[in-house]
Design a protein around this ligand. Structure first.
Ligand code: FDA
Length: 391
């Protein structure tokens, strides 16, 4: 076996966080090796944002992230902002545009972002197709057996992400490694994931394919975006967002008409007493959904036949349609993972483990999870930079 190569740092994982960390550290003159078991770097970047990579969000403030310690991400996010990443994108002449809600995308392809990161990593060595066979630590140096090689360095960065979408090479490797080094985990759960419906709620499955703007609420959070009915339950941005806050057994509430004002159904009765609820609802909702909701509310045929009290109750039901999902579509369909390596174990400035000097954790592997819309990549970049500046 060849003699260990002289590296200052080994980064496990060539995703957004690992590549950004390698770029920053190598540009500071550190000798950096990045190892990944996948055949190519940045696979999640490549498929993100429908192939155009929603690479950041102009509103990436700490309150848009979930973590057992909501303050942890503050320092890294403040030191590497969406504007900083945009400067990099512009330096590489990548055309971009802003979509709704502050989301920034490439005009062309997510491949440009991976190419940009690899160009920034020109001073580092990036090796793919390299399964990690063993990680040893003698107290000062980390020794890694990867593929046919043995390499060692005084610093090791865990950047292998979370277990979302295993078919892209995602694993729980970061957690196994963290546990081996005595670092605590916050229970990982699938997030930004479609919810499944069972029992009574399963009736909604007949609406598969219908989408409508709603306000969805769960676990103290509320999001106004589109919801989509699927053959398994519900998806769409509003549902994906609340899924990160939802816990098994809890209820999700939907306001199907978030733009109406209280008393709108009484007003409708005064103006059109002969109108029926499905027709009234179909003025604001897709007809199939209007029919399904009206069927469940089951008012007497014409609005004029219902008392104001009954109409108020119908209005409240439409504004607070509560159901208990049977579960989620799991890590196979989750865009990210909530939970992971506990932030209590890490320095918020450098991402270094307090108990194990030289060991760092960044990106999705850590218990910091962003909303949908470019927030997760911003955390990958920012935490990668924080560690890259400390290595
Ligand atoms: P990431 O998972 O990207 O990288 C980890 C790397 O480690 C991978 O290359 C993997 O192969 C490697 N690895 C894993 N286990 C290993 C092992 N045992 N040995 C060696 N290597 C190993 N976010 C956003 O902000 N905007 C968006 O548009 C999207 N879109 C999107 C779409 C889809 C379909 C998904 C699944 C996710 C998104 N995301 C997103 C989320 C975003 O992709 C995610 O938060 C980041 O990629 C996390 O970056 P990391 O570098 O931490 O992990």
């Amino acid at each position: 076996m060849s003699a260990p190569a002289p590296y200052d740092a080994i980064i496990l994982g060539a995703g957004g966080a690992g590549l950004m960390c390698a770029a920053v550290a190598s540009q500071r003159g550190r000798r950096v090796l990045v190892l990944d078991h996948a055949p190519e770097p940045g696979r999640k970047i490549l498929i993100s944002g429908g192939g155009r990579c929603n690479f950041t969000n102009v509103g990436a403030a700490p309150d848009r992230y979930l973590s057992a310690n909501p303050h942890f991400a503050r320092s890294a996010l403040a030191r590497y902002t969406p504007r900083d990443f945009l400067d990099l994108v512009e330096k590489h002449h990548i055309a971009w545009h802003e979509k709704t809600l502050g989301q920034l995308f490439c005009d062309g392809s997510a491949r440009q972002i991976v190419a940009m990161l690899l160009a920034e990593c020109a001073g580092a060595t990036v090796r793919c197709d390299c399964p990690i066979r063993a990680v040893e630590h003698d107290g000062t140096r980390f020794r890694i057996s990867a593929g046919e090689r043995e390499v060692e360095a005084p610093a090791l960065v865990i950047a292998t992400g979370g277990p979302s979408i295993p078919k892209l090479g995602a694993t729980g490797f970061a957690y196994d490694l963290a546990k081996r080094f005595g670092l605590k985990l916050v229970e990982p759960r699938p997030a930004l994931v479609p919810l499944t419906l069972g029992g009574d709620e399963a009736l909604f499955r007949s609406l598969s394919g219908v989408a409508t703007p709603v306000e969805a609420r769960a676990g103290g959070a509320a999001f106004r975006e589109a919801a989509l009915f699927t053959h398994k339950g519900m998806s769409g941005p509003a549902i994906l967002q609340v899924s990160s806050y939802w816990r098994h057994g809890e209820a999700v509430a939907i306001d199907f008409l978030p733009d109406t004002r209280p008393g709108w159904l009484r007003d409708a009765k005064r103006q059109r007493p002969r109108a029926r609820l499905p027709a009234i609802l179909a003025e604001s909702l897709p007809a199939r959904l209007a029919d399904a909701l009206a069927e469940r509310i089951a008012l007497p045929a014409e609005l004029g036949n219902s008392s104001d009290k009954v109409l108020d109750a119908a209005e409240r039901r439409l504004a607070d349609w509560t159901f208990r999902p049977s579960g989620t579509e799991g890590f196979a369909k989750a865009e990210v993972t909530v939970g992971g390596i506990s932030t209590a174990e890490l320095s918020q400035k450098t991402m270094e483990a307090r108990k194990v000097p030289g060991l760092y954790a960044i990106g999705e592997a850590v218990d910091v999870t962003g909303w949908l819309g470019g927030y997760n990549f911003q955390w990958a970049w920012a935490s990668g930079v924080a560690a890259g500046q400390a290595l």
